[in-house]
Design a protein around this ligand. Structure first.
Ligand SMILES: [Zn+2]
Length: 650
């Protein structure tokens, strides 16, 4: 069998390598990569334009993907509109053959063994333009590169490294903050830049869209460090403090955090310094495909001086965006700029309007929303309440959030995506990962209805514990918004767990249901006998399921000779190469089961108003995850697990 690469683009060459690697294991026979002139037998790989295929009319061939597959037996075509699309097309083809990637890393790869390759014909454009993941949590460079490697396998197309070098995220991991059982060491900004560069190599290898920066433009241009949210109580010299937002008559760092400190945007000098810095940085970093320009983090922290007080923050922001656009245009830079609709900036401008919408992408970040409701437009959508400087309350209901988005959309008709947090905090409140997967499915479907062109998920990178279901639902539904949740879930459990996958699904549904995410979200009363009864049942559910887990961990992969006798089963249920992948899934499920028991007993004590027992049992839960971080770290972000659930236990 031969693979004929019709391009010398490195991403297409890599796509050919990946195809050869996987087909070799699927067919058990040799696959030769590389060019094979004069030979007609083989799979041709390349851009649609190079292979004589007419691409469908799409808006932007750099940002948008199109895949085309027509393979029969050992010959045919795998093509894409751009190099990234060719790689996505290879993974789409392999997915049709039954290959699955249930979590990042080699042990998450399930490749079936097939006697004969079935014919595959696909011509697809994904439902959404933006399908990305953003770095958050505590992350080693390998956690990031494993995620980047996994993403295109599920149809994602972009990766976002926040800040200039993502220092705070890398540092949390390498310092092992919050885990006394692991010895760590803080890293320098220079080390973070090395990690970032390694991640960028992997992003570029796959031709993914590289999003960069975001926060930091309000500090770095003024010589104030903005690597993370650390407190710095030192006074700023007058030549800097004159540019900071004046609140309650003072110009100083907002609660001592530079990153949370807004500036006096009514001052033209401030706007000039910030926008010039973005232009310089964009010119120096052409590798960043999509540049994020956000104001400070935090809320109710805008300037009250004479220049600012009568103008909404959003008006000053849009004024700055227009000034930035002019400067970029003058320099001949086509950099795409993301602007952020978030906290105080949810209130749209009253007067200013974005002059060149083609330059900009609206990023809607409903950070205060609930995950108990999906994006939907079949409920009344209210108008935003009046703007009251530094006295704003932020919307929790999804309908209110959509109301703010609509107010912005009235004047901005350009590109957009949702920047959301399902997998940042909320998934820890759903230890079975079922409702969180369902809400991701509904939200991904609903984005189109609210006029949004995709999703970049701000999240911990290790978000595959107990399963990779939520991330799989995210990838597959952003690709095809019409795919039903159950179809993805049934397929996922069969791929990740093998023949007993259905049992694992049923078990996790019980776990999720008994925990009740709205309770762990703090949306229902904390002391509640009814919830205590539910939580009390979790230990029994776990104990009843542990023998199934143990049996599956103990079962070695089926020996090759037995495979012939299983031909009548669908590919995913054959022995194949499921061994390591399945065993690892059961291994993680076993640790999750122990954690669920501990966590449920802590929550139950809380629901019965026994604060001391709740605290003691939460400490035991914490200790378990800390002690096991060394084996669970590829799938579980212990730092955020403890921070998120620690909040629930006060
Ligand atoms: Zn001001």
């Amino acid at each position: 069998m031969k693979i004929i690469c019709r391009s010398d683009h490195p991403t297409i060459a890599y796509a050919a390598e990946e195809l050869a690697r996987c087909l070799k294991r699927v067919t058990g026979s040799a696959v030769e990569p590389g060019c094979c002139c004069g030979c007609d037998e083989g799979i041709e790989l390349g851009l649609m334009s190079d292979l004589g295929l007419a691409p469908p009319k799409i808006a932007d061939p750099v940002l948008d993907d199109v895949v085309f597959v027509d393979v029969k037996g050992g010959g045919g075509i795998i093509a894409g509109i751009n190099p990234r699309s060719v790689l996505l097309a290879v993974y789409r083809y392999l997915t049709e053959l039954g290959c699955r990637w249930v979590r990042p890393g080699a042990d998450g790869e399930y490749l079936p063994r097939l006697d004969k390759l079935p014919p595959v014909k696909i011509s697809e454009t994904p439902s959404y333009r933006h399908r990305g993941v953003c770095i958050e949590g505590a992350s080693s460079v390998e956690h990031v590169t494993d995620m980047v490697d996994w993403m295109p396998k599920l149809g994602f197309n972009g990766y976002f490294i926040q800040f200039r070098e993502g220092h705070t995220f890398f540092d949390r991991w390498y310092a092992h903050d919050g885990n006394p059982y692991l010895e760590g060491k803080h890293i320098s900004a220079e080390e973070a830049r090395e990690f970032r560069d390694k991640a960028v190599v992997e992003i570029k290898k796959r031709n993914l869209l590289y999003h960069g920066v975001g926060h930091g433009w309000t500090c770095e241009p003024f010589g104030i460090g903005g690597l993370g949210w650390e407190k710095d109580e030192s006074e700023q010299p007058a030549e800097i403090s004159q540019y900071l937002a004046e609140i309650d008559g003072e110009r100083k760092l907002w609660h001592g955090v530079a990153l949370n400190t807004n500036l006096c945007y009514g001052n033209p000098k401030v706007r000039d310094i910030v926008t010039s810095e973005i232009v310089d940085y964009s010119a120096k970093h052409p590798e960043i495909d999509i540049m994020h320009f956000w104001l400070a983090d935090g809320s109710n922290n805008h300037c009250e001086c004479e220049l600012c007080r009568d103008t909404r923050p959003a008006d000053l922001y849009v004024r700055m965006l227009n000034e930035l656009d002019k400067k970029l245009t003058a320099k001949g830079l086509n950099t795409r700029i993301v602007f952020l609709i978030y906290v105080d900036l949810l209130w749209p401008p009253e007067h200013e309007k974005i002059a060149n919408p083609d330059r900009f992408i609206l990023m809607f970040a409903p950070i205060t929303r609930t995950y108990s409701e999906p994006f939907a437009t079949d409920v009344p959508i209210p108008d935003p309440p009046p703007f009251e400087r530094n006295k704003l309350a932020f919307p929790r209901s999804v309908a209110e959030n959509i109301g703010f988005l609509r107010a912005w959309q009235a004047d901005f008709k350009g590109d957009s995506f949702d920047f959301d947090y399902h997998m940042m905090w909320d998934h820890f409140r759903d230890p079975g990962y079922i409702p969180v997967s369902k809400i991701i499915s509904q939200d991904a479907r609903g984005l189109r209805d609210i006029g949004i062109e995709g999703y970049v998920s701000c999240q911990v990178q290790r978000s595959f514990f107990p399963t990779g279901l939520p991330m799989t639902v995210m990838g597959r539904t952003l690709w095809n918004r019409d795919i039903p949740y159950d179809k993805v879930a049934d397929d996922y459990f069969a791929a990740a767990f093998g023949p007993d996958g259905k049992l694992a699904k049923g078990y996790l549904e019980s776990i999720s249901y008994l925990f009740g995410p709205p309770y762990v979200r703090g949306e229902t009363p904390k002391v509640c006998p009814e919830n205590a009864e539910s939580l009390a049942k979790i230990g029994g559910v776990v104990d009843a399921f542990l023998p199934t887990i143990e049996r599956n961990i103990a079962t070695p992969p089926l020996p090759p000779l037995l495979r012939g006798g299983m031909k009548n089963l669908p590919p995913l249920q054959r022995g194949g190469e499921g061994g390591v992948c399945w065993a690892k899934s059961w291994f993680y499920l076993k640790h999750s089961a122990h954690i669920c028991k501990l966590l449920a007993s802590a929550c139950e004590a809380g629901a019965r108003d026994d604060k001391d027992a709740a605290k003691e049992r939460w400490e035991a839960t914490k200790r378990y995850v800390q002690e096991h971080e060394i084996i669970l770290h590829p799938v579980l972000d212990v730092f955020f697990f403890i921070n998120t659930l620690g909040w629930f236990f006060g």
